[in-house]
Write a protein that binds this ligand. Sequence first.
Ligand code: CTP
Ligand code: MG
Length: 223
Amino acid sequence: GDVAVLVPAAGAGVRLGPGAPKALRLLGGEPLLVHAVRRIAAAPSVHTVVVAAPAADVDAVRALLAPVAPVTVVPGGAERQASVAAALAAVPAGPEIVLVHDAARALTPPGLVESVAAAVRSGHDAVIPVLPVVDTIKEVDAGERVLGTVDRSALRAVQTPQGFRRAVLAAAHAAAGDPLTDDAGLVEKQGVPVVCVPGSEHALKITRPFDLALAEYLLTTGA
Ligand code: CTP
Ligand code: MG
């Protein structure tokens, strides 16, 4: 494999409600992070996996993942961007393609990892998986008064894994200012073109309790 996958997993999971850090919350009896890493490691292109874990749980996460796949575990930061930067710093020499993939997208199929990696390999500096936006989108003011209807045909909902030529991601993080919630956003600020590939409904981000319930169901269908 020629791909390193960074897995930010250091978030608290506030929106999921009280409990353990989100990456350690259970889905079908196993932590979300175990599901995510198992699917990443099943992608043939993957050479290296680096997980950014909650600082207090680094040793526990190492023990948890040892039977799943060979992984490097580092302490994450206060923001997702800092967690990604910490993981990026731990990638050994070798892989020239780096993917960044949320632990919270626990049911992402290995095939999506492969298709994003393949698009980078084919010459794109930055690749994101996307889905069409299904809802009508309104822009509103501070008083919830509608300002207008956005043309959703030009909008995309963005998932992970996001894939980058290694030097492009490193340069974007080195130049990063205020934290963003996605890595392609940092790359865009550098003026690097970002291209889209089809995402997967199974790559949904488990954010709220409803998402966890949906993921529990998807798991029973073989996801
Ligand atoms: N993440 C991280 N370090 C942080 C914050 C987030 O590694 N300081 C990771 C999360 O663990 C998750 C991914 O980034 O896998 C996407 O973030 P999100 O879905 O927002 O997760 P949380 O920040 O944990 O959730 P919440 O915002 O509800 O607290
Ligand atoms: Mg968050």
